[in-house]
Design a protein around this ligand. Structure first.
Ligand code: NAI
Length: 256
């Protein structure tokens, strides 16, 4: 049995992944604000430390996989705290436990939004590991009506951190495959409000064109994440894979 920690396990993609992995016989240690094996708030330093400690306790100190899925959208500073700092703290904090496993794998959930315009100060502060500066810049963006850049900034920073880290001695050097899935629009409680509003839906369809099969069910993303943390994935490192109905190819064309 492989033991895999999944954040955001109580809803949407994380929940679908948890069910899929359990059905395959893996042991899942879920992390979420509610209804999880490890209840923790990944927006705070104490919460992140508690999450790492809780997972280490339950796993006995060795982990075969970690998936950082918890996140939220919206023009909020909180998105930067959870989507970037929460995800990185969880992955970094559990890295030593992964290094002890025989075929360790880690994955994060990015977003097609990571290809959209960002707040450069927020992005740079994230990559510098300076949460205080990132939060300050994010608060300012919200004040100035530029809060919409925060979600893309958090996901772009996560993708860049991941590409850098995945090939470093700490990850690749320890045999840990680290990659991300970047979804387009997925039908989950997070995206539900967008569908309730006809105008919002139009804006979204223009921002995220999905010529292949349209909006995805959460299980589609879960299947891809499950493969990333499976033993079969022995040689992929630092990749951000768009499972987005073709949106990235439409938007970025020949950029590969
Ligand atoms: P969701 O809202 O259904 O699930 C997110 C889970 O994360 C929830 O259970 C929530 O409690 C948890 N979470 C949020 N803040 C937390 C915190 N501070 N501490 C601990 N747990 C926390 O959303 P969904 O759609 O399943 O999203 C999962 C991931 O997929 C997110 O990272 C999101 O940004 C990403 N994503 C979602 C897309 C979509 O269209 N639904 C598109 C692209 C990316």
């Amino acid at each position: 049995t492989r033991t895999i920690a999944v954040s955001g396990s109580a809803s949407g993609i994380g929940k679908a992944l948890t069910e899929l992995l359990r059905a395959r016989g893996d042991e899942v240690i879920g992390i979420d604000l509610v209804e999880a094996e490890v209840v923790a708030d990944l927006s705070t330093e104490e919460g992140r430390a508690g999450a790492v400690e809780g997972v280490l306790e339950r796993s006995g100190g060795t982990l075969d996989g970690v998936v950082a899925c918890a996140g939220l959208s919206g023009p909020l500073t909180l998105a930067v705290k959870v989507n970037y700092f929460g995800a990185v703290a969880l992955l970094e904090g559990l890295r030593p436990a992964l290094a002890r496993a025989e075929r360790p794998r880690a994955a994060a959930v990015g977003s097609i939004s990571g290809t959209q315009p960002v707040d450069e100060i927020v992005l740079r502060s994230c990559l510098n590991g300076d949460e205080r500066a990132a939060v300050e810049a994010a608060d300012e963006a919200v004040d100035k009506g530029r809060g919409r850049t925060l979600y893309p900034s958090s996901k772009a920073a996560l993708a860049q951190w991941l590409r850098r880290s995945a090939v470093s001695p700490a990850w690749a050097g320890e045999g840990i495959a680290l990659n991300a899935i970047a979804p387009g629009v997925v039908l989950t409680p997070m995206s539900a409000p967008l569908f309730a509003d006809e105008r919002m839906r139009k804006v979204m369809d223009e921002a995220v064109p999905m010529p292949l099969n349209g909006y995805a069910d959460a299980v589609v993303i879960a299947e891809a994440l499950a493969w990333l943390v499976s033993p079969a994935n022995s040689h992929m490192a630092g990749q951000v894979i768009y499972v987005d109905g073709g949106a990235e190819a439409v938007l970025r064309g020949s950029e590969v």
